[in-house]
Design a protein. Structure first.
Length: 337
């Protein structure tokens, strides 16, 4: 009697990674020159030593284009079936930034749309792309996280100005099987809109188009409660995902959490019961780059050898919304550009 082997489960598989940082480095010392802050405060309270900010005239779409081109090159492909771009600093309130980026990349008339999930944006975008692939709507998708927070930071607000940086990261996902390295093995996503006030730009949307108070056009964050939510939400989301995919916590080689604060990354490791040394940290170099944070951290971890083929890698992000999400993969043998 012959048995038919079960067909492998279709999954989205990571094929290439590309990143881009604008050339201008902004040091803690530079910020200390114009704000009531210090290198010592920024380093000890956040872990950040420097960040990159765009020069005037450079938009999020420009960074997204560069990272997207590098991801396509790293994957060795020149076409995709869709582009999903995560950002909370789009080129315009309308239309989405993704179609213009797709056109500049020479990707033709493929579907292209933005995801607005703030710092959780990259994981939400990867989940959307993976869903297109698993549903059979696409074979290959370019996922980009790109931000220019320097443009929405209140120059007079030391609590946010020292934290955020600009940058972009992108991945190519392709249809494959859940058994192969690089397959995104599942997602845990969530939101808590009861606390949407914790991270917000008050004006510029339909609730308040304009405001007499110039501060309303800038990004605001209540740091302390956001910190506490970040640890709990990323921790619970990661634990739920690990249980669902059957990975014991101790089998996780690297935890790539959203790069907001080194104290959050250590608290997340403690929450999960993972050694702190397994937490990937690159915020010292780039700051908090919101939707670009996870791919930028992955690229640095690849370069340093912290993430190597065969490693079990957990990704978890959290931000405004509130919104959070986690995914996991066995690291594939890919290149980063
Ligand atoms: O990306 C989305 C997710 N974002 C996050 O996860 C960010 C989460 N939050 C944080 O990382 C931290 O809450 C911050 C880094 C934003 C702030 O650190 P903190 O340890 O929570 O500081 P705090 O807000 O409690 O402020 C402590 C003190 C205050 O002074 P007083 O009231 O004790 O006199 C602040 O005014 O530090 C002061 N402070 C500063 N001092 C120098 C706040 N910002 C600065 C600054 N430089 N840049």
């Amino acid at each position: 009697m012959s048995t038919i082997p079960p067909s492998p489960r279709r999954a989205a598989v990571l094929k290439g990674l590309g990143t881009y940082l604008p050339p201008r480095v902004v040091s803690n010392e530079e910020l200390s020159g114009r704000l009531d802050t210090s290198d010592e405060w920024i380093r000890t309270r956040t872990g950040i030593r420097q960040r990159y900010w765009v020069d005037p005239g450079t938009a999020t779409g420009d960074l997204a284009f560069e990272a997207g081109a590098r991801a396509l090159k790293a994957a060795g492909v020149d076409s995709v079936d869709a582009v999903v771009l995560a950002t909370s600093t789009p080129d315009h309130p309308c239309p989405a930034t993704a179609p213009a980026v797709a056109a500049r990349l020479g990707l033709g008339t493929v579907p292209a749309f933005d995801i607005a999930a703030v710092c959780a944006g990259f994981v939400y975008a990867a989940a959307s792309a993976a869903s297109l692939i698993v549903a059979g709507l696409a074979e290959r998708v370019l996922v980009i996280g790109a931000e220019t927070y320097s443009g929405i930071l209140n120059p007079a607000d030391r609590t946010t100005s020292v934290i955020f940086g600009d940058g972009a990261g992108a991945i190519v996902l392709e249809a494959g099987s859940a058994e192969e390295p690089g397959a995104l093995l599942g997602f845990d996503l969530g939101s808590d809109g009861e606390r949407h006030d914790l991270i917000t730009i008050p004006a510029g949307g339909s609730r308040m188009r304009t405001s007499e108070d110039p501060a309303d056009q800038y990004f605001t964050m209540q740091g302390k409660p956001v910190f506490a939510h970040a640890v709990t939400r990323m921790g619970e989301s990661s634990a739920a995902l690990l249980e669902r995919i059957g990975w014991p916590t101790e089998s996780v080689d690297r935890v790539v959490g959203h790069q907001a604060n080194v104290r959050i990354l250590h608290a997340l490791a403690d929450f999960l019961g993972v050694e702190r040394a397994r937490a990937v940290v690159n915020l010292d170099r780039v700051g908090n780059t919101s939707a670009a944070s996870i791919p930028l951290a992955l690229a640095d971890a690849m370069l340093s050898g912290e993430v190597a083929p065969g490693d079990r890698v957990l990704l978890s992000a959290f931000g405004g919304g509130l919104a959070w999400g986690s995914t996991a993969l066995v690291w594939p043998d890919i290149t980063a550009a």
